[in-house]
Ligand binder design. Structure first.
Ligand code: ADP
Ligand code: MG
Length: 699
């Protein structure tokens, strides 16, 4: 960096502190915003009480101490139209920064004090003596002892000295979308001559960011497909068809589509890595079971992994009852014999003798399907031939566990990951871009939508409890979700206990209540769950432990206390615990909208039960940072691109990535693109680690 004029050791250190160690880093340190000198609000025209940005020159600077000893710097600024006083408390250094004659942008709330317009502790960006009409303002400059005008000067010098930049994106791709070249884009983002200029530049750089991500994902997807030998399942049998015929309902169109997509993957020798996305109640289990039965009919085994013992046990029961009466031709000498599909359970609660028996049977191939938790993938469990592994609610599983499961078969088993957290399409393409994705976007018919009420105030809360009593009176059951206390597990448990005690004495006196929270032992938890399932409890008071997968169709009403503390996706998941049967269901969200965002969340839930629509709202409210989560950190490649704003470019970049990457996952035909990926995203093109889907499991 020190080749640039004015960058000495000290400044270089400052730059390094904000992650800039090369000229390339500097050029990718894009302005945070721009000030258009010709298009500034004049000080005289600003409205009081509003946030405003003022570009002006310092006319007077005065530092003193207040009576109680605080430092106070007062700066008078003018833009020709009027004067503005900026007052800084405890920022004595401002006197040095804002000397008379300096030009700067001040951002803050406009107040009036003793008849004078002023801002208190505004955000300041020095702009120096730039001549351009549009002045770039760079981020993080003050923190590292760098001013935005210094950065601007260095960028300008770097751009001038660099001349033309190599453009690694093939010209026909650029032409196809009318994208400008790299050199123009980098100039346009740092030193735009007009808003149009900036827009053109931004579009190109956004495309590059999205393309790089897609290239990495598509390359890894292709490499995975060629690196490992999977099982080519025999799709010829009739087991799956017979299973479908025996179901008490027809499959939904979405289920059929997903099952076909999965079946095509299974028939191919390339190992499957597919994500099944479907809202709560969309029928993922039947879909997954169809995949497992493809393995079974070809003589392989299937594994179904759930995140908790409760869920594993529940799935075990569910799978058993769905498979009840389904038979396979028996092997051996009994040519005409039929045998049932053999399903077993293996969790850490399985007693040692039983566990040994199941393990031996798995190894001998005497078990077709095994349902379990992590215990399934401990080293001493081995399969005769694991063909398909289904992982339910992926986010609760770690990478190592999933990798271990993959290591269980001789060939790499096909993996189906299921999630009930819908995410918008563009986000799915970015976060899950190296998986194939099937979507169950249709609920089975006959579901009465859950009527959701955001209950503000005492009167409405009273109606919620009345509804609970009414439903219980009609033979149904209810959930009460206790306040979420993220900071402390202990506090959460205490508050759950208090809620339980309060309701038992008060609002729900006379009903049979059970309590479930994170500190209740596994055994007691199961006792409570069992009682609720059996209907000997009317109301289950619980923390978010009931969020995932708990299935009691007789429960028709849910009350969430302090609903404004929960996230949108979480509330949607919780709500999915009711409305699982044919009866009409209710969900009451108690609480005030404490912020504009929580208000937007709660009213969105009131408005719709469509998980994909809610996911869009969530993306809108929270931004992509939260969706990208750990995945994006370290990868640092979405600087300009926004998954919302640049929606259509995500799909375009993905299509182009599929064109550019070879079927074996190489970019040999585009060496300069490959080089750029190495440079910007690390040698594997992947900061997240070796596992292609690692970031999936970090959320
Ligand atoms: P998910 O796991 O996606 O939340 P499940 O697989 O648990 O959903 O299914 C929810 C309920 O819907 C189950 O009781 C299941 O038997 C039932 N179900 C699944 N598919 C259909 C269908 N096509 N028609 C009617 N009911 C269905
Ligand atoms: Mg499920």
């Amino acid at each position: 960096m020190t080749e640039l004029a004015g960058v000495g050791a000290k400044k270089a250190q400052g730059l390094a502190a904000v992650g800039i160690t090369t000229v390339l880093d500097l050029l990718m340190h894009y302005p945070r915003r721009y000030v258009d000198r010709t298009n500034q609000a004049r000080i005289a025209d600003l409205a009081l009480g509003e946030e405003a940005m003022v570009l002006g020159r310092v006319r007077r600077a005065h530092a003193r101490r207040t009576r109680n000893g605080r430092s106070l710097v007062e700066i008078d600024v003018t833009d020709g139209s009027g004067y503005l006083r900026c007052t800084f408390f405890n920022q004595a250094w401002r006197a040095n920064q804002l000397k008379v004659g300096a030009s700067a942008v001040f951002f803050g709330k406009l107040e009036e004090f003793r008849g004078r317009r002023q801002m208190t502790n505004p955000v300041v960006d020095l702009v120096g003596d730039r001549t351009g009409r549009i002045v770039p303002i760079y981020p993080q400059s003050e923190k590292a002892g760098l001013s935005t005008w210094e950065l601007g000067d260095w960028v300008e010098e770097a751009l001038a000295r660099a001349g033309e930049f190599l453009d690694p994106v093939p010209p026909d791709v650029l032409a196809r979308f009318g994208l400008t070249d790299r050199t123009a884009a980098l100039r346009g983002i740092h030193l735009p001559h007009s808003a149009d200029d900036h827009r053109t530049a931004r579009r190109r750089l956004v495309f590059d960011e999205l393309l790089r991500i897609q290239l990495v994902l598509v390359r890894r997807k292709r490499q995975l497909e060629t690196a490992a030998v999977g099982v080519a399942h025999d799709a010829g049998g009739d087991l799956v068809g017979r299973f479908h015929q025996r179901l008490p309902f027809p499959l939904t169109g979405a289920q059929r589509r997903a099952i076909d997509e999965i079946a095509a993957d299974l028939a191919s020798p390339v190992p499957m890595h597919r994500l099944l996305q479907g809202d709560v109640g969309s029928g993922k289990t039947v879909t997954a079971l169809s995949a497992l039965l493809v393995a079974v009919q070809g003589g392989h085994q299937g594994a179904f992994m759930a995140p908790t013992e409760v869920l594993a046990e529940q799935h075990h029961l569910g799978l058993r009852s769905m498979l009840d009466g389904l038979t396979l031709p028996a092997e051996g000498d009994n040519l005409f014999g039929e045998r049932p599909v053999r399903v077993e359970l293996l969790t850490s609660r399985t007693p040692p003798a039983e566990r040994a028996r199941v393990a031996a049977a798995l190894e001998a191939g005497d078990i077709d399907l095994v349902v379990g938790t992590h215990a399934l993938i401990q080293e001493h469990v081995s399969f005769r031939s694991l063909g398909v592994a289904v992982i339910d609610e992926q986010h609760r599983f770690g990478v190592e566990q999933r990798a271990a499961l993959r290591g269980k078969g001789r060939a790499v088993p096909d993996v189906l990951v299921m999630t009930a957290t819908p995410i918008p399409r563009t986000a799915a393409m970015t976060v899950y871009g190296d998986l194939d994705v099937s979507v169950l976007d249709e609920l089975p018919p006959g579901r009465t939508p859950i009527a959701t009420r955001w209950a503000r105030g005492e009167l409405e809360e009273g109606q919620a409890w009345a509804r609970v009593r009414e439903e219980v009176g009609a033979g149904h059951q209810a959930y009460v979700v206790c306040p979420l206390i993220e900071e402390s597990d202990k506090l959460e448990v205490r508050s759950a206990q208090e809620t339980y005690d309060r309701l038992r004495e008060g609002e729900l006196a006379g009903l049979r209540l059970g309590l479930l929270h994170g500190r209740i032992g596994a055994r007691d938890k199961e006792v409570v769950m069992e009682a609720f399932r059996a209907g000997t409890l009317d109301v289950l008071v619980a923390t978010t432990v009931i969020e995932v997968g708990v299935d009691v169709p007789n429960a028709t009403v849910m009350v969430v206390i302090d609903a404004d503390r929960f996230g949108l996706a979480q509330l949607h998941q919780l709500r999915g615990r009711v409305g699982r049967g044919a009866a009409a269901s209710w969900c009451f969200l108690l609480g005030e909208g404490t912020t504009a965002e929580s208000e937007a969340r709660l009213s969105a839930l009131e408005r719709t039960t469509d998980g994909f629509e809610l996911a869009e709202v969530d993306l809108e409210l929270r931004g992509e940072g939260t969706i990208m989560g750990a995945h994006q950190k370290g990868r640092s490649d979405l600087r300009l691109a926004s998954l919302r704003r640049d929606k259509e470019w995500v799909g375009r970049a993905r299509d182009i990535a599929f064109d550019l990457v070879s079927t074996t996952g190489s970019l040999d035909a585009h060496p300069s693109l490959a080089e750029e990926l190495d440079l910007l995203l690390g040698p594997d093109g992947d900061d997240a680690g070796d596992d292609p889907t690692e970031y999936l499991f970090k959320s």
